[in-house]
Design a protein around this ligand. Structure first.
Ligand code: ADP
Length: 301
């Protein structure tokens, strides 16, 4: 199984003709409530590839929280580790998309800020798990605690440090596999990262700090993958991108499940790329995350 520690947000998607200016009141086109948050999206990404998934996170005692739990459960995800913070609202991302497809996003972390890692409970949950999968949308102190427990029980850690923040020094030796996009690779490595050549330099440099494997995702250009065997660029299939929301999360899910199943590293990266290509070709976050059968049917890049 895969244990995911991360954020759970309700995305409120507002479609509007244009972004309202200060003082302006405007009639929008529509509103949708869509389950989101990087943690939730990556958990769904794993579950749709057929893995058993345990979600650790925190929601408020409100309708959004109940809807998020239900959505996870519908994907077969174990939500026993989803905590409720009675003092805080469920995390919300207000996403405003205008007629020219530009988006403006406000995130209120709410209950995500209150997630508590309990060492003994986590140690038990990680027992027999292939990976602990974490991002940076939950407080770093809790991520640090989870990484310590994982190290103690010998569970591999797959880290997606997004949104990027300074990495506590201890993380480098506790992370088995690091997955970053160009912005994150640049922030952590301190060198510009645009395209495969610079991504390869960054991936090697990040790998030298500790992780066994590093993947830098490159949007439409696919990904660069580095491990002890070397460095390779894997292109993405050409698709018409409709909505790239959750592309990275979809990559993470399919990649993590492939690794957990024992798929060799390079082949796991390719499965991640194929899954993400399906995701960008359709609208929405979680609704656009493909299932295993679709990924296996999809064209090779
Ligand atoms: P993030 O969404 O986290 O910033 P990327 O933009 O690098 O991450 O996208 C993650 C993965 O999604 C890429 O490695 C690629 O496989 C896939 N992807 C993203 N955009 C496209 C696109 N336009 N065409 C095909 N694949 C894409």
């Amino acid at each position: 199984c895969i244990v995911v520690l991360g954020s759970l947000n309700m995305d409120l998607l507002l479609r509007v003709p244009h972004a309202p200016a200060a003082g302006e009141t405007l009639h929008g086109h529509s509103i949708d409530h869509l389950p989101g948050g990087k943690g939730g999206n990556q958990a769904v990404g794993c579950a749709r590839q057929g893995a058993r998934v345990r979600m650790l996170g925190c929601v408020g005692d409100d309708a959004h929280g109940r809807a998020l739990r239900d959505a996870l459960a519908q994907d077969g995800i174990d939500t026993a580790g989803v905590q409720t913070d009675a003092q805080a609202p469920t995390g919300v991302a207000l996403v405003m998309v205008d007629d020219s497809a530009q988006n403006r996003i406000v995130v209120i972390p709410g209950a995500n800020a209150g997630v508590q890692v309990e060492d003994a409970a986590l140690a038990q949950q990680l027992h027999g798990a292939a990976f602990l999968l974490v991002q940076f949308e939950t407080p770093l102190a809790q991520v640090a605690r989870a990484l310590e427990v994982a190290a103690r029980v010998g569970c591999r850690v797959l880290l997606n440090p997004s949104p990027v923040a300074a990495m506590p020094a201890a993380f480098w030796s506790q992370v088995d596999t690091l997955v970053v996009n160009e912005v994150e690779a640049q922030a952590l490595g301190g060198l510009p990262v645009h395209g495969p050549a610079e991504a390869a330099v960054a991936a090697r440099a990040l790998g030298a700090r500790g992780p066994e494997r590093v993947v830098v995702t490159l949007g439409a250009q696919g990904a660069v993958a580095v491990d002890g065997q070397g460095c390779r660029h894997h292109p993405a299939p050409g698709v018409e991108a409709v909505d790239t929301t959750a592309a990275g999360d979809t990559f993470l899910g399919a990649f993590a499940v492939a690794l957990a199943r024992g798929t060799p590293f390079e082949a796991a990266v390719q499965l991640g790329i194929r899954a993400a290509a399906l995701c960008v070709a359709r609208p929405g976050a979680q609704p656009s995350i493909p299932r295993r059968a679709e990924v296996l049917r999809s064209p090779l890049p």
